[in-house]
Design a protein around this ligand. Structure first.
Ligand SMILES: [Fe+2]
Length: 268
């Protein structure tokens, strides 16, 4: 089973790259299941819209994860209640609309659990991610409740992401970070068999500051007056990881970074 996880899709640039290339990439790379973090895909670069979610599903995405910007486009609050392929962080304060964990069954009857978590350090307030994860691993078990488990950890700092990776080691097929929009060069299989990369990077224009217009971003750091902040509109790079899993154990057999198009160098 080969799973492609794509990092945060940013704005129109990221969306159009997905729409125009994902189907052929799925075929070329023999991908069986696609997860993408869509929380920056709307036109202003924060939140996501219903139409975009539908477009993602139509071009081959199986599950959309999110993070701190999940509710920035309000229409998503009711949509998430009826669309179980869209997840919000599991550790949001309850009650929150939607779910942060779901089990999906593929056409080959393989059960894939997808868990969307959010970090606590420098992020919006949410329940303690380690306490929630500990309980989750008590309630759900790999190869009992699902064949594979993919964890999207939406967090700001590398140490918290790294710790969550080790915390799930042996209990998940893949733990991958999102939110910081820069792919890290540390894809590997941890000691107990979980595939891991600290951040998947973004699907967006890298001639930018984490996907947003670079001049505006610099002006904001200079505290100078900037025009309305918006995503960069150049050609996007698709960035993420591909994990090959062992269905018998539910663990990772191989993990590779995935980079396609735009300013970053193709690695696959
Ligand atoms: Fe985020």
């Amino acid at each position: 089973m080969r799973i492609l996880f794509l990092g945060d899709v940013v704005g129109i640039s990221g969306c159009s790259k997905i729409m125009n290339n994902l189907k052929s990439e799925i075929e070329k790379k023999n991908i069986d299941f696609v997860i993408l973090n869509g929380e920056n895909s709307s036109e202003p670069g924060v939140g996501l819209n219903i139409e975009t979610c539908k477009d993602f599903f139509n071009c081959g995405v199986d599950v959309i994860t999110t993070g701190n910007h999940v509710w920035d486009q309000k229409e998503i609050m009711s949509y998430i209640e009826k669309e179980n392929r869209l997840l919000r962080p599991f550790n949001l304060y309850e009650p929150s609309p939607g779910k942060g964990f779901e089990i999906y069954e593929t056409s080959q009857k393989i059960k894939i659990g997808v868990l969307n978590l959010m970090g606590n350090v420098f992020m919006k307030k949410c329940d303690d991610v380690f306490t929630i994860s500990k309980k989750f691993m008590k309630d759900y078990k790999l190869k009992k409740d699902y064949d594979l488990l993919i964890v999207d950890f939406h967090g700001e700092i590398t140490s918290e992401k790294n710790a969550i990776g080790h915390f799930f080691d042996g209990q998940a097929t893949l733990v991958v970070g999102t939110h910081t929009h820069i792919p890290t060069n540390d894809a590997r299989i941890l000691n107990n068999g979980t595939g891991y990369q600290t951040d998947a990077g973004m699907c967006g224009d890298y001639d930018s500051v984490i996907g947003m217009n670079k001049e505006n971003s610099i002006n904001r750091f200079l505290k100078e007056k900037s025009t309305k902040h918006y995503p960069a509109v150049g050609e996007a790079t698709l960035s993420g990881v591909i994990v090959d899993s062992n269905i018998e154990t539910g663990l990772a057999k191989n993990i590779e970074s995935y980079i396609f198009g735009g300013q970053l160098k193709n690695t696959l």
